[in-house]
Design a protein around this ligand. Structure first.
Ligand SMILES: Nc1nc2c(ncn2[C@@H]2O[C@H](COP(=O)(O)OP(=O)(O)O)[C@@H](O)[C@H]2O)c(=O)[nH]1
Ligand SMILES: [Mg+2]
Ligand SMILES: [Zn+2]
Length: 345
């Protein structure tokens, strides 16, 4: 049965038997396109829309709206099929944005494990890792730290990276992997068999490479950074749930991708607080820290109080997040959801 490849198990079957309305069949939402859903059912994949009561519930409370990863009860007699009910979620990954935007954003549901991808170098950033671990555990999911690009590190480098992770959390599971050499992939595949997993990590950490290695096909673009205008380009054709050939389900939703990026962005000011402090002394509030007169950062570099390489890293990271700013703006215009989707009326 196809649905079994998408995480259906005895516990879900039991839930469905007791809560599924008469005349419905079970399914799992594989892609959320706003008004329409792609749903995996026993026979394959169908298109469906939510029944009006579910749509209304979702308007009142965005977290109540069925989305990718949800197990649902469907009426197969309508065209498209109708999502009549949603089975209670096992886990809920929610991003609570800091500041004025109080509305929590639903990032992923029914995810068992979250793979936190950390690359070599400065990617093990303690405050950020701590935030991610908290977020994952608060959602009811299990974190698994995936130390990517292991082929780039010698034994000393690997031990150092593991040590940095242990310092944040001595008990979290951590695994060295390399999409390049294949190291650790068998262990990872075995570990995620029978589970629904999602990936979290900063851009460049090696998530897409890992997705492709796990799925066994180039479903994710490697080395691709989202830029202004990219958003939504693929949303009409993209799958968001992948059945892994070795068992297990991989979830890759825009909400999850955004979660990693935004969290990484917020961590930026913690890491580079010295630079942020200096920038406050620049003459112009919008100083680009180039040739502007009265630039406190340039003066600090000239006087040797600020390492030029460190400044360059900060600048690169900031430009990276600037490329993603439109995402944040969309969130403002449409606080009910992080995605640009047609309003469900
Ligand atoms: N050496 C090495 N490079 C890798 C590995 N995985 C990814 N990369 C490289 O790291 C860069 C970012 O990878 P990508 O998968 O796009 O990261 P993402 O931004 O997290 O999705 C690309 O240039 C990849 O080729 C790996 O296991 N080993
Ligand atoms: Mg990627
Ligand atoms: Zn400046």
């Amino acid at each position: 049965m196809v649905l079994e490849q998408y995480g259906w198990d005895a516990r879900w079957a039991e839930r469905f038997a007791s809560e599924g309305p008469t005349g419905t069949v079970p399914g799992r939402i594989a892609a959320d396109r706003g008004v329409r859903y792609d749903v995996v059912v026993a026979e394959g994949e169908v298109e469906a829309t939510a029944a009006p009561p579910l749509v209304r519930a979702g308007r009142r409370d965005p977290l109540a709206r069925p989305t990718t990863g949800d197990f649902v009860a469907l009426d197969p007699s309508t065209r498209p099929w109708t999502v009549r009910a949603m089975l209670p979620r096992r886990t809920v990954l929610v991003r609570r944005a800091a500041g004025s935007m109080a509305r929590p954003q639903l990032c992923g549901v029914n995810v068992d494990d979250v793979l936190i991808a950390l690359g070599p170098g400065r990617d093990v950033h303690p405050p950020r890792l701590e935030r991610w671990l908290t977020l994952v555990r608060d959602g009811g999911c299990r974190p698994l730290v995936v130390l990517t690009k292991a082929d780039l590190l010698d034994e000393h480098g690997r031990e150092e990276r593991r040590r940095r992770v242990r310092e944040v959390d001595p008990d979290v599971e951590a695994l060295d992997v390399s999409a390049e050499s294949g190291e650790g992939l068998e262990t990872l595949r075995a570990r995620v068999t029978g589970r629904t997993v999602a990936l979290l990590g900063a851009s460049g950490a090696g998530k897409s490479s890992l997705v492709n290695a796990l799925v066994g096909a180039p479903v994710a673009e490697v080395g691709a950074m989202r830029r202004e205008g990219d958003k939504g380009r693929h949303t009409t054709t993209r799958r968001e749930l992948f059945a892994l050939p070795t068992g297990g389900v991989l979830m890759d939703t825009p909400g999850l991708r955004e979660l990693g990026l935004l969290e990484a962005e917020e961590g930026l000011e913690d890491t580079f607080d010295d630079i942020v402090e200096l920038a406050a002394f620049c003459r112009f509030g919008d100083c680009g820290h180039g040739s502007e007169p009265g630039c406190a950062i340039r003066v600090a570099m000239v006087e040797g109080r600020l390492d030029a390489a460190r400044f360059a890293r900060w600048k690169a990271l900031r430009e990276e997040s600037a490329g993603r700013r439109p995402v944040a703006h969309v969130r403002h215009r449409s606080p009910r959801s992080g995605r640009r989707r047609p309003s469900p009326r």
